[in-house]
Write a protein that binds this ligand. Structure first.
Ligand SMILES: *Cc1c(COP(=O)(O)O)cnc(C)c1O
Length: 233
């Protein structure tokens, strides 16, 4: 099936602007992360032609390969579940890792960051809807985890991320987005050293407008830009 990336991007951009408008926010407060996992470099280039510079990838080696192939400076974000033995493919190649949900993973990122003499910006992935099937820290464990990670020298916590449940009606996820924002504000008020709480990564193709209305500063949109993914290829 032919996908018209330029048209898709126009629609996503119009939706983002409308959601900002409805909630009295500035468009500049929201970053669109184009989720390019499984999609070829040619499609990423089409997005770049349309002015997109922030791309999200889920698999460490795929990220490394695309990063190597595309020489233009882009803002790569790692958004998938990250195994500790794959950290080496990600650290130094990305602006932000959205999906940190354990101290052990944060320590592995810290070790690799020290080795490469960089500081890695990260988000804490929260399983805000308490789904059994999801990665992410439960709400109660977020603060204790942040307090531990904040002691690491070469990792910097920037905020929170969640993957909301798959629902037919995006309104059903509104409560989860509200709760993640409350958690962000609550943690921010504690003024923890070496911790910023300004980034709220929430909302995907099915629910990014609701997420923006509830305070998302980053939305991660794949299907809405690139069309459906085929995992067999
Ligand atoms: C794949 C993925 C997305 C994009 O999902 P779409 O529904 O295709 O927009 C966003 N965030 C994460 C963590 C993902 O794995």
């Amino acid at each position: 099936m032919d996908v018209n990336i330029k048209e898709n991007l126009k629609l996503v951009e119009a939706n983002i602007a409308a959601a900002c408008e409805r909630s009295g926010r500035n468009r500049e407060e929201v970053t669109l992360v184009a989720v390019s996992k499984t999609k070829p470099v040619s499609m990423i280039r089409e997005c770049m032609d349309a002015g997109i510079t922030v791309f999200g990838e889920n698999w460490a080696q795929e990220l490394r390969d695309k990063h190597e192939e595309i020489k233009e400076p882009l803002h790569w974000n790692f958004i998938g579940h990250l195994q500790r033995n794959k950290v080496k493919y990600v650290v130094g190649n990305v602006d932000l890792i959205h999906s940190v949900d354990s101290l052990r993973l944060a320590e592995a990122i810290n070790d690799e960051s020290i080795k490469k003499n960089v500081v890695s910006d990260i988000l804490i992935e929260v399983n805000i809807a308490e789904e059994d099937t999801k990665y992410g820290v439960s709400k109660e464990n977020v603060l204790p985890l942040i307090l531990e990670i904040s002691k690491l020298t070469n990792v910097k916590i920037k905020g929170l991320m969640t993957i909301a449940p798959y629902v037919d009606n995006s309104e059903e996820n509104r409560v989860h987005f509200v709760n993640l924002r409350k958690l962000l504000i609550d943690i921010r008020s504690k003024n923890i050293d070496n911790v910023d709480m300004n980034v709220l990564s929430m909302g995907m193709t099915g629910d990014y407008m609701v997420a923006i209305e509830e305070g998302a500063t980053m939305v991660r949109v794949g299907t809405g830009i690139f069309g459906a993914r085929n995992y067999d290829e």
